[in-house]
Design a binder for this molecule. Sequence first.
Ligand SMILES: *Cc1c(COP(=O)(O)O)cnc(C)c1O
Length: 371
Amino acid sequence: MQFIDLAKQQSFIKDALDTRIQTVLSHGKYIMGPEVKEMEAQLAEYVGTKYCVSCSSGTDALLMPLMAWNVGPGDAVFTTPFTFIATAEVIQLLGATPVFVDIDPKTYNISPDLLDAAINTVINEGELNPKAIIPVDLFGLPADYSAIEVIAKKYDIKVLEDAAQGFGGQIDDRKAGSFGDAASTSFFPAKPLGCYGDGGAIFTDDDDLYEKMVSIRVHGKGGDKYDNIRIGLNGRMDTLQAAIVLEKFTLFPNEVKLRNEVAAKYNELLGDRVVIPEVAEGYTSVWAQYSILANDAVDRSNLQAKLKEAGIPSAVYYPKPLHQQTAFAHLELKDGDFPVSEEMSQRIFSLPMHPYLEVVDIEKICDVLKG
Ligand SMILES: *Cc1c(COP(=O)(O)O)cnc(C)c1O
């Protein structure tokens, strides 16, 4: 059994993919070719934003809006410690200070109440300038944007949605990728909408931000790439990868439905042996991961061992919250500072999840866990 079955997905679009790839090989516009614009237009329409700017990875998709907003030394950027390193890494790369805020124990996403309190504390301390919030749509479930957008307005700071796992999710009829001032996603192969390499995109309605990011993407170009008006990146997405996303995107809306059917079956069959994920009224998850809670770390390693013995892969996202990572030791945060993230990192694990997971496999997984 596979944790994510990309080969199965490929079998549905093999011929169309080959044609797409051959088309790129024929026109030879490997960098910023027509497929890049075509993909950006389709994804912006799907998300419902004015712009989509493709780029080289989900990490650069987080970096580029922060660069455009001139985030740097002296700035505080608020985010969750229960995420992939990239979310906070980009803050540190620009010399700004990541300020971690603990998560809600039910959604694993940043807690709006604690966020408000953390911004207040930074303002009262008077050392850092609160500049932006990066909420993460962890495991495919959008963060609580109705509360976060109110807080952002109150303190007049930017919101950058990290939708690397969230693309395809929604709250009511608003799609992930449309929240905040800008949103970033990733096309890393294992993400809900992946390519066959690295890629990413930023979504926004903001004309000024769009102009700046298009410039940052190509070495801070002005009129052309040999007129450089700011420091930028080599941040482009390959034409070949855009062609692959375009073809995979034809399956995507149905895959979101299939992922939700897989999650519903898990929820039904797992009973109360483990804590199953909760999705609040109005929210749709894209189930980048199907994550459950064991009683404690010992229970988790027993359950994972039983799965492994039965040939079933499982994974832990994330075994160590970011405030406990060596890379952030300079922040001088302590064990116990973010108790919910710390507890979840001990208890959480993820089961195989992809649109084409068969019911018999789900039954087998749940039987092993309950056995
Ligand atoms: C995968 C991921 C990223 C980074 O995306 P890459 O394309 O691998 O650079 C950022 N944030 C989160 C939450 C992710 O899961």
